[in-house]
Design a protein around this ligand. Sequence first.
Ligand code: C2E
Ligand code: CA
Ligand code: CA
Length: 566
Amino acid sequence: MDRVGQSLKKNVDIMKSRVTKYAIYGVLIAILAIIVATLLSSFFQFGKLSLDNFLEAQKSNTTLWVLDAMPFIFAFWGQYVSSIMAYEAGSLVIDQTQELRSQTAALQYQAAHDATHDALTDLPNRVLLRDRLLQAINTAQRDNKKLAFLLLDLDHFKEINDTLGHYNGDRLLKHLALRLQNVMRASDTLARLGGDEFGILLPIIKESDDVQIVAGKIQKSLRSPFVLEGLKLEVQASMGIAIYPEHGKDVDTLMQRADVAMYVAKQDNQQVTVYSTELDKHTPQKLTLVGELRQAIENEELRLHYQPKIDLRSDSIKSVEALVRWQHPQHGFMPPDEFIPLAERTGLIKQLSTWVIKHAFGQAVAWHKKGMKLSVAINLSPSTLLDTDFPDAITGMLAMYNLPPHYITFEITEGSIIKDPERAMEILVRLSEMGIHLSIDDFGTGYSSLAYLKKLPVNELKIDKSFVMDMLENENDAVIVRSTIDLAHNLGLQVVAEGVENKETAAHLKSLGCDILQGYHFSKPLSSEDFDAWFGSQKIPEAKNRISRQSSHHQTVHQGLSYGHK
Ligand code: C2E
Ligand code: CA
Ligand code: CA
């Protein structure tokens, strides 16, 4: 008997034994009824109760015969009904269990699907694509075959998004996904890698030219315009192609080289470019940089520099911003603006962020031990606000360093919230509930939406340096700075001006009520050793006095401050 059959039999036995109990009661009641009825009947018939009269009544009274049959009827009926009920109830339980099992299986399947697919288009995502690419490389290696990886990126998608809105941008991507799928074979993989970037794996190609044919089909499929909101949109894409084994023998190299080819295609307006070593000249650093950056993170070649934030309300330095530095062995100093977007595109950003956060936490703890109670502001990259595991990871790291959360500020840009506002909001709320401070960086350059700003659990706005640097010469910038300060204060937020390069700007910002200043006028970002020396050398008696009156442990920390006097 199978498991379902066995458990059904067990259920039926349990139910039957219960119902049988009630059937026995029924039989006993029926027998009692016969005895009472016979006694009554013999009493009325013979005027006296005796065993003889009782037996006589049983023999002569035909009505009692009918009554005598009752216990048998009860017993039979009870058994019959109990069997039927027990079977029905047992099967019901089994059906429901089976139903629950299949629902759980469906949910598990859905979760696995979500982890490997893009939510908008339902295409495979980067994770699944990398896995398929790895398998395809293994197969191609074994069979001595070629494969191709094609990277496609829409041209001017940002403009479409900005003018027609994200809703229509999303619709366009869905239409595009369908068209691309139609020109591909079932064995090919089309994946969405993020934004308007798609990856296509052709696991078997005979000649390198085959992939050109596919690229041609894709171009042709894009020739007829997309219709959105009654508008006809002409869309073009740039494609970069890398072929195994000629251009790379592992997943990372193939993807990087397709990326280089795509980059060149875009630069040269060529639409399709196949990778060649020649192209490295166009992008001399990009190609090898990703691999080198990975090594730099692993080999601890990155450094953090710290730039002080001057708190005008207490005349003290309470916080610093951590900024990552990479001294490349060949290319020299690499600005973060160059390698961070690259890390973001290649998925290295998570490792980089973890490195930065750990070192910033470690530095904060080291300062605290010396009596310098500084908070550290850390820049978060946009993808962090898509990672729902991030708050838990931070909880773990804070515990590991034994660092109170209010000593940490995360700086985020408005753009990083726009990508997936609901998820970003969930992550920000959790961070904020932990006691971490949040700051909107580069304020004024993104899609500033007051509606969002009011809902976000942020503590601080940072006016972008582009406005601050020119505010003395440019009236527009001055207006933006002034109204941002007012806006922040009206929302109950503190406001930081970054990019303060001279004392006139500092004085002006102070007169406008700005709370915190940061910029080259006070200090450039410094290594931790240089920062300690700079911090110790600050001499301004008034500031020192004011601070020492506030709290005694600040005495050693802010040994006089010369902000604004350089
Ligand atoms: P950001 O967050 O806006 O950082 C401020 C940038 O302005 C820093 O450039 C800083 O050196 C520079 N700066 C500070 N004061 C002045 C000034 O008075 N005048 C001028 N002209 N510039 C000033 P940096 O260090 O090159 O960083 C550039 C960007 O790279 C940062 O912009 C941030 O978006 C990103 N970044 C830096 N470190 C990290 C990091 O650890 N993680 C992430 N995700 N991004 C980082
Ligand atoms: Ca920042
Ligand atoms: Ca900034």
